[in-house]
Write a protein that binds this ligand. Structure first.
Ligand SMILES: *Cc1c(COP(=O)(O)O)cnc(C)c1O
Length: 459
């Protein structure tokens, strides 16, 4: 019976189909491939349906679809230029590989390799190849193993030596390290019982001794990374902890975080990151990252006693945490460069850390001169001495002095730094009050040109 009421149409029925909307997007622009248009259209229409279902007004689903299609079309990760001065910038991928190491890894990636094949015998070979030998030669350890990252190394070391038992850690070392690595959580996942000793600021040797019991499987020391305590502070040093472990027959593991295999003594850098010194203290297993101060690919390195490394290698977890062939190749080549003594020349992280200030000043002068020409008076451009942390939780409390080109006037610092980020090759700068700085320490060869091109685009 028609009462003369208008039938209320479900507004969702006014929405176009995915096919129609994606065809519309493609017609509109050549900015993205077809699959992005289709996925963008799905996304936009889903938003619209959800809003309408909740009784909201018709949203601009075309704009949403377009934005999503654009986002999907950009590959990730993209190359960027690091002008922040932070050598091991975790958000920017930490250590860059040298061009020749990256090239060799790419050859392994694009071809078959003898990854797990013994060419001489014609039988199955060892995937880890010479990595253990190279690590031992560099560190003086009895044995070595590489896994996916340092978080995995700690998980594997702790699980191997103490599963189902107690692990003693100082309360001053129960830290969280960027990117959600929390010591207590890793220990829980490793299947061990955490026993906390000492207080936040002070832990004594006797605290460890008192906590040792029949169920103790391991004494764990954790480098607090970028967390630093000053004042009324006491920690038990690694040699002391090794002594306690020896006298009670309990293994000692250190999560060292960022370690270097190059002696940086007398080079203007803190000296306590040198892995061989830690090994000499007699620690049973030492874990550290491959892509921090070492300057290699993402990896977790476990060095120490032969028998314990062998047990870690046999642990089924080691299979789940193993390195892929690209990383193995890149790590192998990086370690060989270090063994040749060429690390400070050929490994970008080490080269950047050791670059002398006068060379940086010269580099900054050259960049300034070329930016001044481009700016042609529209922006003030000067040299500035500044400093930045090393990053990646390495060398806490230490600031590395450097030279930067500083830009101010014309544009707001936020606008200018956004302009640099939006350039063809994004350039990441540093803001200091009213200025935008490009720190030359972290520029790789040829990247001064990219900075110049970026400024051209901006102006
Ligand atoms: C960086 C760091 C980790 C995590 O290492 P990844 O290689 O990022 O997994 C763990 N412990 C310490 C002390 C660290 O500094």
């Amino acid at each position: 019976m028609d009462r003369g009421n208008k039938v209320k149409v479900d507004p969702r029925r006014q929405l176009p189909s995915v096919d129609k909307l994606s065809a519309e997007l493609i017609e509109l622009t050549k900015d993205f491939p077809e699959w992005c248009a289709v996925e963008g259209a799905r996304y936009g229409l889903e938003i619209a349906r959800n809003v309408l279902e909740d009784g909201g007004p018709m949203p601009d689903f075309r704009a949403e679809a377009y934005r999503q299609a654009q986002v999907l079309a950009i590959p990730h990760p993209r190359r960027v230029v690091n002008a922040t001065g932070v050598v091991l910038h975790t958000n920017l991928g930490r250590a860059p590989l040298s061009a020749d190491v990256a090239h060799e890894a790419s050859i392994i990636a694009g071809h078959y390799s003898d990854l797990e094949f013994d060419l001489e015998q014609g039988v199955r070979g060892d995937r880890h190849g010479r990595l253990g030998d190279l690590l031992c030669a560099l560190s003086g350890a009895e044995a070595g193993l590489a896994v996916n990252n340092n978080a995995a190394a700690v998980l594997l070391a702790v699980n191997t030596l103490a599963q189902g038992r107690e692990v003693i850690v100082s309360r001053g070392e129960l830290v969280e390290i960027g990117g959600s690595f929390r010591v207590p959580e890793i220990l829980r996942q490793a299947g061990v019982q955490l026993v906390e000793v000492g207080t936040t600021n002070r832990t004594h040797a006797q605290d460890y001794r008192d906590a040792i019991g029949a169920d103790t499987g391991l004494l764990l020391k954790v480098h607090p990374s970028n967390f630093e305590q000053r004042g009324f502070v006491k920690e038990v040093s690694l040699p002391q902890l090794v002594e306690i472990g020896k006298s009670s027959g309990i293994p000692v593991v250190e999560d060292f975080g960022s370690g270097t295999l190059v002696d940086l003594r007398g080079k203007g850098l803190p000296e306590d990151a040198y892995v061989p010194s830690r090994i000499r203290y007699g620690v049973d297993l030492l874990c550290f990252s491959g892509d921090k101060l070492l300057g290699g690919p993402q990896a977790g390195l476990i060095l120490g006693r032969r028998e314990m490394v062998a047990r870690a290698r046999r642990n089924p977890l080691a299979r789940a945490l193993r390195l892929d062939k690209l990383c193995i190749a890149a790590l192998d080549r990086t370690l060989r460069i270090l063994l040749e003594g060429a690390g400070p020349d050929r490994i970008p992280t080490l080269r950047q850390l050791l670059e002398p200030l006068d060379r940086l000043e010269k580099k900054a002068c050259e960049l300034r001169d070329s930016l001044v020409q481009i700016a042609n008076g529209r922006i003030d451009i000067d040299l500035e001495r500044d400093s930045s942390p090393v990053g990646g939780g390495s060398l806490p409390g230490f600031e590395l002095p450097s030279w930067a080109v500083s830009l101010h006037g014309g544009l707001e610092p936020n606008e200018l730094s956004l302009g640099f980020r939006n350039s063809k090759v994004p350039v990441l700068s540093r803001i200091r009050e009213d200025r935008v700085q490009l720190d030359v320490r972290t520029l790789l060869p040829g990247e001064d040109m990219i900075c110049s091109d970026a400024l051209k685009e901006i102006l």
